[in-house]
Design a protein around this ligand. Sequence first.
Ligand SMILES: [Zn+2]
Length: 343
Amino acid sequence: MATAQRGYYDILGVQRDASADDIKKAFRRRAREIHPDLHTGAKKTEMEKKFKELNEAHEVLSDPDKRKKYDQYGQNWEQAEAYEKARQQAGSQAGRGGAAGGFSGGDFGDIFETFFGGRGRGGNATGFAVDGEDLETDVELSIREVATGVSRRIDLTERVTCKACGGSAIVRGRPCVVCGGTGTQAEKRTIEVRIPAGVQHDTRVRITGKGQPGVNGGRPGDLYLRVHIQANGVFRQKGSDIHVTLPVWPWEAALGAEVMAPTLAEPVKVKIPAGSKADSKLRLKGKGLPTSAGEHGDLFLKLKIVMPTGLSDEERALYEQLSHGRHSDPRAEILAASRRHSS
Ligand SMILES: [Zn+2]
């Protein structure tokens, strides 16, 4: 058996309780490292052998039924299974009394080696298509960029065949110093990607086909951009809506006013209704962020009534005039509530 020395889990570098996904990922990662097309010379021959082992390990462990049998019987699971079947057949033919006659544990190996001719798995190691791995990188966006969408240059690093040794890891009989004997080296790649408008913080944008290239006609992986939206002192994002605190003078709130308010595009003129309360909200429909449905969220202006610092004599006189007016006590409600709950 070609792989009698090393178990399939070892070959893939996963634990025995690895999930199907872990196995798939481990296979793809390993396949890229040892793909014979990435190597030359003695290294290539070695990698061809390893690659064959890897494919064999993956074929068994990625198939739940085969994996179960492998876990049960180990390396010789195929023979063991055939043996079980043959034994049952022999048993049923010979009747219960003669069950399993002739097949003792001792001749197990020989018989089934003959029957099944070893593993019989052909398949040229080279020429096997391997899909490229997915890549993930972070991008930071301002909220204005989220509003419009933006093009970004992204620097990626990928493993390519070492140019100094051509992947053999050996230069004039010595280990290659450029790649440290790995046969591959990191190469920088810059690509330009378009990030659509309206992306959400801490989500991923998929750029199809911009991951690691495939080998031998395998599909390239995808590039995932993890989006971070910078905090903004003016605009606060809530889904596709935008919230802004808008300071107004007391008299603007009392009498009504037309004021300029910031939006993600240019500032716009808004009307503060007469008698506006503190913390009340004005809604600017459609001035939020675009949604995936092609619509837009809203922009909310929360009124914050602010006091001027320092009063002129004239202003002081006006406030005094106000203070003589007939007003209810603005604290009446909380005073009453405090008594009710002070048991
Ligand atoms: Zn090298």
